[in-house]
Design a protein. Sequence first.
Length: 138
Amino acid sequence: MTLQEIKAILDAQVIIAPQDPRMELKMACGCDLMSDVLAFAKEESLLLTGLTNLQVVRTAEMANIKALVFVRGKEPDREAIALAMAKKSVNTGLNCSMVDGLVIEAQSIALCFSTEDQKIGMRTFVEKGPGQAEFIGK
């Protein structure tokens, strides 16, 4: 099954776009214990988890997990998103031209700064000055 098909079935939101949305995934693993992921998950599979922290990104990389699905309506921490984007940028950038690498970097930076908190911070800074924003964590 492709990542695109899984996204459609789960009605999922893509947070960080994969290199190839038509990527074929033959296995999936559902787990919240990252030690079990390292012990039992098969390489190049899909991980479904309720954990949303940095350890999920680190474990997925170590276990060669190709995609993550956060279940039960959970959204990953901002730090986890930033780490995943940085890893994607580096790993993808190693296999492309300098120009393509810079495009990947620019897209990653733009996505990191497209949060609700960023918009609140910029608007509040302009309207009220520095240090006045009340962030919502999104």
